[in-house]
Design a protein around this ligand. Structure first.
Ligand code: PEP
Ligand code: MG
Length: 584
């Protein structure tokens, strides 16, 4: 039994499908000198098939998810055409008589070393893309690997170091019931994807790839962050029961899709969805969200080969609006930097603390033309008939920034008026993620139309504990007493100035946190679409006075552990049917 970080709730059992970096059969690392040409031809064949495969995937993903998600495959195709990389692989085959997979593994090592030394973080991050391409080539070269995944039937548990974007998309075809990763955290890419699909997942399980082999029986307990490899009969039977309960609950909750979100005492709530693309907007509808509370536009930039211009952005935003529940979308401007980088916007020199450095609006301010184009595209998309679009700015720290942001929106409106281009009025909102902004919220709130709390960042900054570092995850806790006090003061300040407030961090979809937020007076919650049915069910079992009493009790506790314990006990009493998804 291994313990990691619980990132997506539920219990599931399946066969391990291990995704290794590059699979090289230890018996096939070298070829004979006379086999060099045949090996080169085999490599060329794999390259051609990889390109064809990428194009098919690109088309499929374009239809299923949208253009922006599919753009990553064009990036990968350019790597498959890169002469420097290809010549390196060929040279290893010709001069060192390596087999093609071994030559690819050596090439991968070369780039990994080269790029890890680079002071340019963008270069360092391209390693993930090269790795993705090398893996695809290797799978075409290695029959064993392909048979491996094909011969597996039934539910699969993907075990990987971290999940690459293209792997996630490819998994769409496979019956993936669970995800376990060595790296990652609550807010990493794999975690967000797992949650948006409602798949139980555990991250941060160091060394799990070494301890598991494809075909092993694996239990994933995404509530407690546990992974069990080849359990004994008794353990397996116990988890099978929990798994059944989890699936039954999911099926049962799917039926509340068309019901309004109301508390036990009839208080209406807004349960909104966090999305990255058109596909997620459709999930938001399917799961019964009443709108989109957070559209993270940065994925558009992370997956494109060139800067999407205003017209391209307009087309994408218009599609997203059309696909969203009630055409109601809060669009967040670019939140790049920190853990996410974009090739187009340049970057500062190596940053010792990227999360506290050049990210979000701090980057956008330095690219005024580009920033203006994004704001203009959002305003123009808001001209869609019958839509309600809001613009949301991430990482706001002080009043000066809000004034600058207002001026940019005004300028975009003036330009569009002069150019006689139709645009819509959008509410102007700030994300509350920086502790300084939380301290000054009574003043800042007067300068905005609405506030959205980004608790993922707010918690990490408040607790000085990196949200993606498993070593400090015991500190980066949304139920910490300090976090609850700050959130309560922010909700009060917004209520006092009568500005709507939403919480769009991961804690909005966590039952324990949800009841406390409800007790604080919060009525608008934005979460991964898969959580909407659970939270809707929970809301129907809790009245506002019950939530207030629970909050008062929680605030009397002195430690995070005590608060967590109290909430689990109380929630099991209030909503016993939700036990399969209550995270410890
Ligand atoms: C947050 O910080 O809570 C948030 C919603 O933004 P992101 O997770 O994209 O940083
Ligand atoms: Mg954030």
């Amino acid at each position: 039994m291994r313990k990691g970080i619980a990132v997506s709730p539920g219990v599931t059992i399946g066969k391990a499908y291990c995704i290794h970096d590059v699979y090289v059969d230890p018996n096939l690392t070298h070829v004979q000198p006379g086999e060099v040409n045949a090996e080169l031809a085999r490599f060329e064949d794999a390259r051609r098939r990889s390109i064809a495969d990428l194009r098919t995937l690109q088309e499929k993903v374009e239809v299923q998810v949208g253009k922006e998600a599919a753009a990553i495959f064009a990036v990968h195709e350019t790597i498959l055409q890169d002469m420097a990389l290809l010549n390196k692989v060929r040279a290893f085959i010709q001069t060192e008589y390596l087999s093609a997979p071994a030559a690819l593994a050596k090439t991968m090592d070369y780039y990994r070393t080269l790029m890890s030394r680079s002071s340019d973080e963008y270069m360092r991050e391209r390693v993930a893309d090269i790795r993705d391409v090398v893996e695809r080539l290797t799978s075409f070269l290695s029959d064993a690997l392909r048979k491996d995944s094909k011969s597996l039937d039934g539910p699969l548990i993907v075990v990987a170091d971290e999940l690459l974007p293209s792997q996630v998309v490819m998994l769409g075809d496979k019956p993936v019931h669970g995800i376990v990763t060595q790296a990652g955290s609550q807010t990493s890419h794999a975690a967000i994807i797992a949650r948006s699909r409602g798949i139980p997942a555990v991250s941060g399980v160091a060394g799990i790839l070494r301890q598991t082999k494809t075909g092993d029986c694996v239990v994933v307990d995404g509530r407690d962050g546990l992974v069990i490899i080849n359990p004994d009969a008794e353990t397996l039977a116990a988890y099978r029961k929990l798994e059944r309960e989890f699936f039954d609950l999911r099926d049962k909750l799917a039926h509340n899709r068309d019901q309004p979100a109301l508390t036990l005492d009839g208080q209406p709530l807004e349960l909104l969805a966090n999305i990255n693309n058109v596909g997620d907007a459709k999930s938001a509808v399917a799961m019964g969200a009443s709108g989109v509370g957070l559209y993270r536009t940065e994925y558009l930039y992370l997956t494109h080969t060139k800067v999407p211009d205003e017209e391209e952005q307009l087309a994408i935003y218009t599609d997203v609006i059309a696909a969203s529940p009630s055409k109601c979308v809060t669009i967040r401007t670019l939140d790049i930097g920190g853990d996410k980088t974009s090739p187009f916007l340049g970057r500062s020199q190596h940053e010792a603390n990227p999360f506290m450095g050049w990210r979000s609006i701090r980057v956008s301010f330095e690219h005024p033309q580009f920033f203006l184009a994004q704001v203009r595209a959002i305003l123009r998309a808001a001209a869609t008939r019958g839509c309600k679009v809001q613009i949301l700015f991430p990482m706001v720290t002080n009043l000066e920034e809000l004034r600058r942001l207002r001026a940019i929106v005004r300028r975009a409106e003036e330009q569009l008026t002069t150019e006689r281009k139709p645009f819509g009025k959008v509410a102007f909102g700030m994300m509350l993620e920086v502790p300084a902004a939380a301290v000054m919220i009574d003043q800042l709130v007067e300068a905005v139309d609405f506030v959205s709390v980004g608790s993922n960042d707010l918690v990490q900054y408040l607790m000085a504990a990196d949200r993606d570092n498993p070593k400090v995850s015991h500190l980066c806790q949304p139920l910490a007493p300090a976090v609850l006090r700050v959130l309560q003061s922010v909700v009060l300040a917004c209520d006092k100035s009568q500005r709507p407030i939403t919480l769009c961090g991961e804690m909005a979809g966590q039952p324990q946190a949800f009841v406390l937020l409800l007790g604080m007076g919060l009525r608008r919650f934005s979460m991964s679409p898969a959580f909407v049915p659970t939270i809707k069910e929970l809301a129907s079992l809790v009245s506002i006075p019950m939530a207030q009493t629970l909050l008062a009790k929680a605030l009397r506790q002195k430690t995070t552990k005590q608060i967590q314990k109290l909430l689990i006990q109380e929630l099991i009493k209030i909503a016993p049917s939700l036990e399969p998804v209550l995270m410890q």
